[in-house]
Design a protein around this ligand. Structure first.
Ligand code: ATP
Length: 437
């Protein structure tokens, strides 16, 4: 992993601390001493994460004629994982430092003069690499015997393959078309870490896009562009911070003929944000005995091939926080895309002890809150309230002052420019609606 400069490394600590302080993300099970690498999304974090998922669903499912959604079970028949090859192949090479006995993913260690170096104790001797299966196991039913072993899904993708015929029969889609899903996945990662970047429980947004074999290169290219549109237009990531990595033959997943990793300049280094893979007809052939698709016009039966764009939700959250975090002279400001921010507007009465101001401000708050996520703040002075909203990315703050009681206008202050303008209370909701792009 390429390291970035120390300024960006400090950024990680600042983001983790802001997330904890402001209720975006907390350490999981904290009152019991935590559970390593588990994280809970708090009141603001869940809004941010839901906004990302809703935007994705709108762009890739609802706004398109050729993609439908599903929500399949987390725990599937274990035969699914046998057929998909995950029980045999879904593993990472694990090596153990002979000095401190810590275990690492072989590809996570740095090399020095041709040998691995332990990141914990600087040791240079390792026990030989062995494959470690990443599937998380549990038992279904009252007895813990081999017949009851099941697995938490390590990817959402298999749901789309196993449901392929049902979706086809009920949605009447014709190739090319896609099936999308958002949901949790579990991997018994050897080296989780870097905050929410690598955890054992995480969320994915995936599409299996079914195509004719001969069109795979063109379709792959289409999805490459779509993924850039998502990253740049919806998430607001700078193109300069995104890098494409053509994954070499010997590092690709067992099902893939071509994979591009979209890497991002995370605070701790450049690493995978999303992936795009050509999965061929590998999965459908594993699950079905006969070709599961018949061309509605010609009646020709064939095996659809698959392009799979895949997005990690938690890595999306970390990337947008990294991109948005800005320190300016007198403030910390999250310059998040307006569609992603937990709150769109914050409403303040200039003074909390003046009932006439509070009453008018409450009226404004009540009229906005059913249309936009709206915050209320009457603590401290206006400067502190602005600071507090900037830090969580709220795009606009509305202040009701004494003049408002006369002219029925309020002061609207913009997060990025910090400019203020007077806007009529009556037209306030329309004003914000027109501003959210
Ligand atoms: P890595 O090489 O980082 O382990 P991967 O190539 O195995 O990732 P995929 O199987 O392509 O990942 O999973 C699709 C997406 O799911 C990734 O691009 C990433 O955004 C997300 N993801 C995968 N593993 C994790 C994890 N342990 N924690 C958080 N997100 C993850």
């Amino acid at each position: 992993m390429k390291k970035l400069d120390t300024k960006r490394e400090n950024l990680m600590g600042k983001i983790v601390s802001l997330c904890k302080r402001r209720g975006f993300i907390f350490p999981g099970s904290e009152i019991y001493g935590g559970l390593a690498n588990s994280w809970d999304y708090g009141p603001l974090g869940v809004e941010l994460k839901n906004n990302i998922k809703q935007l994705w669903w709108k762009r890739f499912v609802q706004n398109r004629d050729d993609v439908v959604g599903i929500d399949s079970a987390l725990i599937m028949n274990p035969k699914v994982w046998e057929a998909s090859g995950h029980l045999k192949n879904f593993s990472d090479a694990l090596i153990e430092c002979k000095n401190c006995h810590h275990r690492f993913r072989a590809d996570s260690l740095t090399m020095d003069s041709g040998c691995y170096v332990c990141t914990d104790c600087d040791g240079r001797e390792f026990a030989g690499a062995k494959d470690f299966n990443l599937m998380l196991k549990t038992f279904l039913g009252p007895s813990e015997n081999a017949a009851n072993v099941v697995y938490f899904r390590p990817e959402t993708a298999q749901g789309m393959f196993v449901d392929f015929k049902n979706v086809l029969d009920t949605s009447r889609k014709a190739i090319p078309f896609g099936v999308a899903q958002i949901g949790k996945a579990f991997r018994n990662e050897i080296t989780p870490g870097s905050f929410i970047f690598r955890t054992r429980e995480f969320e994915q947004m995936e599409i299996e896009y079914f195509i004719r074999k001969e069109n795979w290169e063109e379709e792959f290219e289409n999805w490459r562009k779509e993924m850039h549109n998502w990253m740049e237009k919806d998430l607001g990531l700078d193109r300069k911070h995104i890098h494409e990595l053509e994954v070499p033959d010997d590092e690709r997943a067992h099902y893939s003929k071509r994979t591009i990793d979209f890497e991002y300049d995370f605070p701790f280094g450049v690493n995978e944000l999303y992936g795009l893979a050509y999965r061929t007809d590998f999965d459908l052939k594993n699950h079905y005995k006969e070709p599961p698709y018949k061309d509605p016009q010609t009646g020709e039966e064939f095996w659809p091939h698959v392009i799979e764009p895949t997005w990690g939700v938690d890595r999306s959250v970390l990337a947008v926080l990294t991109e948005a975090y800005n320190e300016e002279e007198s403030r910390v400001v999250l310059k998040l895309n307006q569609k992603l921010t937990p709150y769109k507007v914050a409403v303040f009465p200039l003074l909390a002890n003046k009932p006439e101001l509070v009453k008018t401000a409450k009226g404004v708050y009540d009229s906005l809150k059913t249309r936009f996520m709206t915050a209320w703040d009457d603590r401290g002075n206006i400067g502190k309230r602005y600071y507090s909203q900037d830090e969580i990315g709220t795009p606009w703050c509305v202040t009701i002052d004494f003049e408002s009681l006369e002219d029925e206008k309020v002061t609207v202050r913009d997060r990025d420019t910090m400019r203020q303008e007077r806007v009529a209370i009556e037209g306030l909701a329309e004003y914000f609606k027109s501003k959210i792009k």
